[in-house]
Design a binder for this molecule. Structure first.
Ligand code: FAD
Length: 472
């Protein structure tokens, strides 16, 4: 019997879901309200594309597994994306500067979001059985027992009804899934919000001559300093560009003007990012976003769930972007869809509910990580830390301090923060012992730069000059 599926949303989660579905379902329609271009370019439905995106190794591997016969990693690298080892970046964490170990492990991919999405889209839309339809989903068809289709509105406001055996909502943070289910009488889906009031400001720069090999550089916010968290991240992307994203939680937000941008980058916990960009040529205006809160809908806990409907990606949960998890969680969720489809058919009773529960697993891991940090920023909205949170935080802070000086501890923590391993792995005996014993080397007093990087920074740094100009 011929089976069909509709995916609402042609972003990353939607395209990966379409690829997963196409391996078991005859006809997959991706419904996207934006017109999608044949080349990487910004679009209205992807406003976060202006900001730095890193793809974690868990997400990269899930993406490569979901699109058979294509290596998205290789295509991205061929198009100019960068790859960097998480244990060799220049990072000031909440517990100090991390030592760099010069090993190829926990590799992060950095590229513009436009390139990333287009590379995946290009591969998935070339798959037999996957079609793209331009239009906006405005309602679900069916009832509380089974979702049978979607009502679609086209650009002229004409409406049509599409039916399918399975509907996946991958329409991002603005998803109406909870409201649509409410129309069927499925209400009371638990929700949680942890909002530090984070504002993100980003700007593109041309990489200055001689700085082509300068690595990802991050000065993170310190959630435990009892003051607004301020961060600065510099990420090399394709086209010989740096994408610089600054973040500030409630009361410490970055400004939207060009001078203020560099000043803010200099005034975070260490000025290195501000120094690097002080003489660099900007290639864009500053773009701000406030869409940064942690928000989760616990669909897996709904009192009832209809057959034929699954929610995926940001439509389920969003996280503070600083932790770089959303795309990887979307990819791991699409892998859960694939796994369940391989194990039992879409027509198996309870299939959608099983998938929704499987999708919740990577969501829960990412959620725990980002909210356990964000809860500590001043003025945060959401549940205050519990006694258990306080104990766990003391343990992970101490472990992080040890990780700044120990390769074994650093790489073990990276495996968890990149969603490659479960958090339970952080309580292995060797990690408990290392954490109790404390740091094995003295803390670094400044960024661990190579001689070449130090020389590069000196040449690039115009911050004294700029500060002087500002004073005049
Ligand atoms: C500032 C910022 C920085 C980030 N940095 C990172 C990072 O470094 N690493 C990382 O992994 N993640 C990061 N994220 C998170 C990441 O952007 C999201 O997790 C990811 O985009 C989720 O993909 P998605 O497909 O679920 O949603 P989206 O990318 O939002 O796609 C949803 C799609 O659905 C379409 N759509 C919406 N409604 C409808 C409808 N009714 N009908 C039809 N189509 C519809 C939209 O046009 C859009 O194309 C960041 C997020 C932000 C805000």
């Amino acid at each position: 019997m011929s089976r069909s599926a509709i995916v609402i949303g042609g972003g990353l989660a939607g395209m990966l879901a379409a690829s997963a579905l196409s391996q078991s379902i005859d006809k997959v329609t991706v419904l996207e309200r934006d017109t999608l271009a044949d080349v990487p370019q910004p679009r209205k439905g992807l406003p976060q594309g202006h900001h730095a995106h890193v793809l974690l190794p868990s997400g990269r591997d899930a993406i490569d597994a979901l699109i058979p016969g294509v290596s998205i990693r290789k295509r991205l690298l061929a198009a100019g994306a960068h790859e960097a080892s998480l244990t060799s970046l220049i990072t000031l964490g909440s517990e100090g500067w991390f030592r760099r170990w010069g090993r190829q492990e926990h590799l992060l991919l950095t590229a513009s979001r436009d390139l990333l999405d287009w590379t995946v889209r290009d591969a998935v839309l070339g798959t037999p059985g996957v079609d793209l339809r331009t239009g906006q989903a405005v309602a679900l068809l069916g009832n509380a027992a089974r979702v049978t289709g979607v009502r679609v509105s086209d650009a002229d406001g004409e409406e049509a009804e599409l039916s399918a055996d399975l509907i996946i909502d991958a329409s991002g943070r603005g998803s109406r899934a909870a409201r649509w289910l409410g129309d069927f009488g499925i209400t009371g889906i638990p929700e949680s919000i942890v909002d530090s009031g984070l504002v993100y400001a980003s700007r593109l720069y041309r990489v200055p001559e001689g700085a082509e090999t300068f690595p990802v550089t991050q000065v993170t916010a310190d959630p435990f300093a009892s003051q607004p968290g301020r961060s600065a991240n510099l990420v090399p992307i394709e086209g010989n560009r740096w994408l610089v994203s600054l973040g500030g939680t409630r009361g410490g937000e970055p400004p939207a003007d060009a001078e203020g941008f560099v000043r803010f980058a200099r005034d975070v916990r260490h000025p290195i990012v501000g120094q690097l960009i002080s003489g660099a040529e900007p290639l864009s205006e500053v773009t701000l976003t406030r869409s940064t809160r942690n928000g989760r809908r616990f669909f897996e806990k709904a009192s009832a769930w209809p057959e034929g409907f699954v929610v995926l990606g940001d439509a389920v949960a969003t996280y503070n972007p600083v932790y770089g998890q959303g795309m990887s969680v979307a990819a791991l969720g699409a892998q859960a869809v694939h796994r369940e489809l391989q194990q039992r058919g879409v027509a198996t009773p309870g299939f959608a509910r099983r998938v929704q529960r499987a999708v919740a697993k990577p969501v829960a891991a990412a959620w725990a990580m980002s909210t356990s940090q964000d809860r500590w920023f001043p003025g945060v909205q959401g549940n205050a830390p519990t006694v258990i949170d306080r104990v766990l935080t003391r343990y992970t802070r101490r472990m992080t301090r040890v990780a700044t000086t120990s390769h074994a501890v650093s790489t073990a923590m990276c495996a968890v923060t990149t969603l490659q391993e479960d958090a339970i792995r952080l309580v292995r005996p060797f990690l408990l012992r290392a954490t109790l014993a404390g740091p094995v080397l003295p803390a670094l007093s400044g960024p661990p730069l190579t001689e070449d990087e130090r020389a590069m920074l000196q040449v690039l740094d115009r911050s004294e000059e700029e500060a002087g100009n500002e004073r005049e």
